[in-house]
Structure formats: C-alpha cells, structure tokens
Design a protein around this ligand. Structure first.
Ligand code: GLU
Length: 284
C-alpha cells in the first residue's frame, strides 16, 4: 500500500493566524490517523511580499504550536525553472496567451461591451475579456518588444475543449465527488511577465512533484480546485484527494486575515497563551 503524503503550504507574506494553526494541525492529525507523511512547503513565489524574516517567524510559530514536518522544506522560490518549463508546455500547446490589459483596461473593455451583468469569478473579480485571444503573433511580439507589461492567461474555452469529459475531484472526508467548474474563472492568470508562475501553476506542479496524495486546506480555496483540476488534466497529472476544511472566523463571522494582529499566533503567544489554549480555541 502506498503511504499517504500530506502537506501544509503557507505563504510567508504575513503572520500566521489561528486559521493557519487549524489547517496545519488538522493536516497533522489526519496524516497521523492515516499513518501518512507530512511535508511543509513555503509558497514564496512573490519575492516582494515574502521575506526571510516572515519565514523565520512562520517556522518558529509552527514549531511552537507543535506542528512537525519532514525535512527538507520545499521553497517555491528555489524552483522557478520547473514552473517555467510547465509554462513553456502550455505555450507550446497554444493554451495560454500574453494578456496586456491593465485593471483599468479591463474596465474599459467591459464598458465598451455594453453588457450590464458582466460575469464575475468566484472571488468576485470580473472575468477577463476575450479581446486578445486571437491577436496575431506579430502584434503580440510587437507589444512585448515595446515593453508592454503582460501576464500569461489561459484560453479557458480551448483548455476545456481538451478535456472531452467533465472533470471531477474527490472530497475524502465527506466522500463527495465534485464536478470542477473551471469555466467560472474565465481566462485565469497562469504566469506573469516577471515571474514564470502563479499560485495555480506552482501548486499543481508541486503537489505532483512532491507526491502529495491528500490536500487538506481551507474552504476559501474550494473554487480554486476547479482550476487545479483542469491544469492537472492538461499536464497529465493524477489528482490528489481533497478535503476543504471549515474556516476559523472572527467574532463578526469574517475570515481571519494575515494583516490582523490580534489573532496572529505571534501576538497570542506574546500574551502568554499556551499551545493547549490555541488547540482549545480552534477545537482541535
Ligand atoms: N499558499 C496558500 C495560502 O497560504 C495555500 C495553498 C494551498 O494549500 O493549496 O493560502
């Protein structure tokens, strides 16, 4: 029998809060129950927001709450060539295109379309207009050479056409099969000009390269799984099993945020809270 492999994959771009503690310790608990391995991956592709100092505190706090992981830690920032190769495959497959519209450019296009109820993605952002899907290679090259900023976006319709059948993922705690709806995201960003990847691309590549069999993460990433399922299909990757767990909410019912100091593990620790009190607070 193969050994289950779990991972906790935080981004060191702020302080860990109670929600992270819940996610990390839930991974640990399920991994333990299933006699699995537990890895730590630092999703630090954003070189401006992720700093060595934040990483240092993150590891220290994870240790403090009793999370223990296998060495080595995988840092995504050390693997850009791997993501570049994956992006190159999508470019060769003609499934991504350089997209030049700025945020205000997107707004102008939407206004020009005269469509009142322009569709929005599950995060609430307007879907990217399709106007640049069929630009000629010449025009694309001219804009790139002129130094126009761009991002690589997936041609969602073309990518979905390659699937042939609906894509499904399995929630292994609730035992549900979920139909992926990548179309809800429109032409998502796969990579940026100055960064050959995005969260979606690197998470899919890394979960596969690290042999992750069980992805346990918050419900806030439930809809993103549709995009991941599609990318797995495009790269011929077998999907892991998923569990999207409940979120720890603040007193007004909102998701905790990394910028809120009072629920950060660091401030709770400084106030003298013990590890056991943290576990009680999050119900683990
Ligand atoms: N790095 C992501 C975050 O901190 C989580 C990625 C994942 O678990 O798939 O929100």
């Amino acid at each position: 029998m193969t050994v289950p492999v779990f991972r906790f994959a935080p981004s060191p771009n702020g302080s860990l809060h109670l929600g992270h503690a819940y996610s990390a310790l839930l991974n640990q608990k399920i991994a333990h129950n299933l006699h699995g391995r537990l890895l730590l991956r630092l999703e630090d592709i954003d070189r401006e927001r992720c700093t060595p100092e934040l990483e240092y505190f993150m590891l220290d706090e994870l240790e403090w709450i009793g999370f223990s992981w296998e060495q080595p830690v995988r840092r995504q920032s050390e693997h850009f060539p791997v993501y570049q190769a994956a992006l190159d495959r999508l470019i060769q497959m003609d499934l991504v295109y350089p997209a030049f519209l700025s945020r205000s450019g997107i707004r102008d296009e939407i206004e020009r379309s005269n469509i009142d109820d322009w569709p929005r993605d599950p995060d609430g952002a307007p879907l990217y207009p399709h106007t640049e899907r069929e630009l000629s290679n010449r025009e694309r090259q001219a804009r790139i050479s002129a130094g126009k900023p761009f991002a690589w976006r997936l041609n969602m319709d073309r990518a979905i056409e390659t699937t042939g059948k609906p894509l499904v993922w399995h929630e292994f705690i609730s035992h549900e099969n979920i139909y992926a709806r990548p179309q809800d995201w429109g032409d998502v960003i796969i990579a940026r000009r100055d960064m050959p990847t995005s969260y979606h691309l690197s998470v899919v590549i890394d979960d596969s390269l690290q042999g992750i069999t069980h992805v346990v993460r918050g419900k806030d990433l439930y809809h993103a799984t549709s995009v991941h399922r599609l990318l797995q299909h495009l790269f011929g990757i077998e999907p892991p099993l998923y569990h999207h767990h409940r979120l720890i909410l603040d007193e007004s019912g909102n998701k905790l945020s990394k910028s809120r100091k009072d629920t950060s593990l660091r401030s709770l620790r400084q106030k003298g809270m013990t590890r056991q009190e943290i576990c009680d607070l999050i119900g683990l």
